[in-house]
Design a protein around this ligand. Sequence first.
Ligand code: SAH
Ligand code: SF4
Length: 405
Amino acid sequence: MKMSLQTLTPERQAAPAQSAFPAKPSLLGMDRSALAAALGSIGVPERQQRMRVAQLWHWIYLRGASSFEAMGNVGKDLRESLAENFTLARPEIVSEQVSVDGTRKWLFRFPAEGAGRPVEVETVYIPEEGRGTLCVSSQVGCTLNCTFCHTGTQKLVRNLTAGEIVSQILMARERIGDFPDLATPQGAIVPSEGRLVSNIVMMGMGEPLYNFDNVRDALLIAADGEGLSLSKRRITLSTSGVVPEIARTGDEIGCMLAISLHAVRDDLRDEIVPINRKWPLAELLHACRNYPGLSNARRITFEYVMLKGVNDSLAEARELVQLLKGIPAKINLIPFNPWPASPYECSDWDQIELFAEVVNRAGYASPIRTPRGRDIFAACGQLKSASERMKKREREAVSAVAAGA
Ligand code: SAH
Ligand code: SF4
């Protein structure tokens, strides 16, 4: 099947990574006290630091400034001194692909750390009616190796810094014209109302809870009311089950939690989500029951990837609802998104529907994630899909794509 796939070649692409990123410390990802210390280090007196921090915050996170020159209300001398000593550099765009359904996938390149090489990560934007979701990466590669996940085949290269995580959000907003002084590119598919990036999901490359501090710092910046201002209810962190960090996620970040469950018995989960050998289902679910702030209005999302003949029987659907009893939960059924040489097939649509019916009858809303951006391989690992009950028309279209692919 032919796809109408558009690859944009952005202007800022050309410069080689090394020279594009002078080895100056970046102010991106610093909290207010770190910014104050940075200002102190270039001689800004203590009594001015609070005001200057507020100015920087406003320019970087509210106005989307990517250089110090743009900061009109900061004196010229200070702007020059900031530029000499620090950077606001964002990643280089290696590629930007736009799907027929408006999904955008970027490959961003970040500079080397120390003696390492520059690294590349994916970020995906998924526009829907009334919301725009950004799927953000936390690591380059992953230490875990879930058998259905493409990222799991890649070794961990390194953790992303808080600045690198935040800059994925800044870049996405820049590219879709979601800062006050920018326009949305002509023809871009974006939500018709509300913010263009309204939701963040930590569902890109990597295990966010193995990079806890940087992910926390980045998400607190994303949620900061004087900057990016995303509601914590609209920020979701997805984990394969790093049990010891789950309570901290609630306490220190306070965002929504998603668990990559994918199997209802330890023997199968040991195989497909191998972290289960370390923290089996009983421990994982215990941590979920105790997730700080959990209520019927703030439910945990359980993700369940539909693998044909592996985890998709109706008996497993029934076990799933048993297992989650007593936990305020949502269940997201994710059609498996195949990647080259992946060892699984996606369950048949009919089977996914029957599975969903069992889950629905038990009282759970169980949206089947509509595959999005399939033409640009914007699945997770190759990232992902958005939660919305599938409409019949969409389902048929997707089946046609799957059949023709
Ligand atoms: N490491 C974290 C977050 C990144 S993966 C985690 O595992 O939760 C985000 C989600 O995409 C997880 O639920 C993951 O299991 C799922 N996923 C990975 N590869 C997939 C694929 N090929 N098809 C469908 N979902 C996939
Ligand atoms: Fe890592 Fe998540 Fe992929 Fe598992 S599913 S390999 S934890 S990125």
